[in-house]
Design a protein. Structure first.
Length: 93
């Protein structure tokens, strides 16, 4: 994405980056465990009262603005991104 912006200096703005598909933090946790070849080990804790009602429980990047700007390449899924990140860390170690 950054390289595409460098190649397209006429495009500027603030853009959301992602697949446009809503995913949860639990999806990310499961993807990271799978990328490491581990069984998921996730503990849940109660939401603190002062955060209840203000916490963003899921996120979904709205991609229309970026697509209108001309970016037409696909993004990695959460699972693909987690695997890519874990692979990168193993190579760096």
């Amino acid at each position: 994405m950054v390289l595409w912006l460098l190649d397209n200096p006429g495009v500027s703005g603030i853009f959301n980056l992602g697949t446009g598909q809503a995913r949860t933090w639990l999806d990310l946790a499961h993807a990271m465990f799978a990328a490491m070849g581990e069984a998921p080990r996730v503990d849940f804790v109660d939401m603190p009262d002062k955060l209840r009602g203000r916490y963003q429980y899921f996120t979904r990047a709205e991609m229309a603005k970026l697509r209108r700007a001309g970016y037409d390449r696909p993004f990695l899924t959460v699972e693909q991104g987690a695997q890519s990140y874990v692979d990168y860390l193993h190579k760096a170690a």
